[in-house]
Design a protein around this ligand. Structure first.
Ligand code: AMP
Ligand code: AMP
Length: 361
């Protein structure tokens, strides 16, 4: 893995008065660019032809690098260009979706805002579960093999995009039936079966709190909360049960958008403690822990129990609901604070106190 020293070395070549904040043109790029500009930085977008219209209609990128494929980000000449423009890269969901964690950790010689070493923990299901459990979070139960299924489970495939190929089943028998159906529909292959992860399905509502771990201020802030709008799962309730059975509908989870949430205030203490504890454990497993944004994916039951099924140790696209402001950002900062801008503010403070090397890896 690229060491902290190697990145610090790269930074010595940087003109910190002329930094660019750069990212891949997708996911939460507009959020990141707007925030960077509001804090006085220049912005850089790594963009595909078909997406260029976004950054023309919303002209927030000062510099655009056109690529045919996002893996070109790893090409020497692209990395060189990024460094020559004093670019700090803000990684988001498209980085791990289109590049491998190994590539990002080992072959990308450009300073990243965030902790590279946590990428590894985040993308490995077992490590992730260990981290969250150590933080005292409640996790859905996992099952080692289909024969153990004794309640409703969600079967997940690694790297499944948008939950395609996910299966819900409530017994070993129904699991087998659903698998055959999915294979016949071409949504699953037999080879996938070994990699399947069986997780207790928690009946409740989705809540995705967005935190910001500030190294400069030594605090974990809660800035906004969203829930997802997913096709087809959010459409199924509109179809009567009889027709659902007749048509044989199975839910998929393709993300279409996000909806902001304001939480019941009595849930805040627990969500705030969860954020603090996740960061506390992160400082133990990979100092200095999470740098910047992170998000927990949770389900809240009717007993108000909070189950966490995933963590993203980076900006999530759900934070786009907070562009401009959100209730929690407003309570803490007043208007015009949101994750994209919070990132830029952290970078600004790091530069001011000559601690840029503490927030990039
Ligand atoms: P994209 O660049 O849009 O293909 O997204 C990259 C990754 O981020 C994919 O795994 C998406 O599922 C996820 N993603 C994109 N947009 C959102 C969103 N608005 N909310 C949650 N996840 C998203
Ligand atoms: P994921 O690919 O892990 O983000 O999961 C896709 C969707 O499945 C989530 O947005 C949730 O709506 C749902 N989901 C995932 N895991 C669980 C679970 N253990 N219990 C209930 N719903 C879940």
């Amino acid at each position: 893995m690229i060491s902290q020293e190697e990145i610090a070395e790269l930074l010595t070549e940087y003109d910190v008065k002329k930094l660019y904040i750069g990212t891949i043109g997708s996911h939460s790029a507009l959020n990141i660019f707007k925030g960077a500009k509001e804090e006085g930085f220049k912005t850089l977008c790594i963009c595909k032809e078909r997406d260029l219209i976004v950054y023309k209609k919303f002209p927030l990128a000062d510099e655009i690098i056109m690529v045919e494929d996002f893996t070109e980000l790893l090409d020497d000449h692209v990395q060189e260009k990024l460094r020559s423009l004093n670019t700090i890269i803000v990684p988001h969901g498209s980085f791990t979706a289109y590049l491998s964690t190994e590539q990002l950790m080992n072959d990308f010689y450009v300073p990243i805002f965030g902790n590279r070493r946590l990428l590894h923990w985040e993308t490995n299901r077992e490590l992730q579960a260990e981290w969250l459990k150590r933080a005292g979070l409640k996790l859905p139960r996992t099952f080692n093999k289909p024969e153990e299924i004794d309640r409703l489970v969600i079967a997940k495939l690694p790297g499944a995009r948008g939950g395609r190929g996910y299966i819900l089943a409530k017994s070993p028998d129904s699991f087998k039936r659903r698998v055959e159906e999915m294979i016949n529909r071409g949504l699953l292959s037999r080879g996938d079966l070994e990699k399947i992860h069986l997780q207790e399905y928690i009946i409740g509502v989705n809540v995705y709190p967005h935190y910001f771990s500030s190294i400069m201020r030594e605090d974990v802030e809660l800035l906004s909360v969203d829930k997802r709008y997913e096709s087809t799962v959010d459409a199924i309730g509109r179809i009567p049960a009889e027709e659902q059975i007749e048509v044989g509908i199975s839910p998929t989870y393709t993300i279409v958008g996000n909806i902001p949430i304001t939480l019941r205030e009595s849930l805040l203490p627990e969500f705030l403690r969860m954020g603090d504890n996740v960061q506390k454990v992160a400082t133990e497993i990979a100092p200095p822990g999470i740098i910047g944004p992170f998000c927990l994916e949770t389900v809240v039951t009717d007993n108000l129990e909070i189950y966490t099924f995933e963590i993203s140790a980076r900006i999530v696209a759900g934070t786009n609901v907070g562009i401009g402001t959100s209730p929690y950002a407003y309570l803490k900062f007043g208007e015009k604070m949101y994750i994209g801008r919070r990132i830029a503010l952290e970078l600004k403070e790091a530069i001011e106190f000559k601690r840029l090397h503490n927030v990039v890896t």
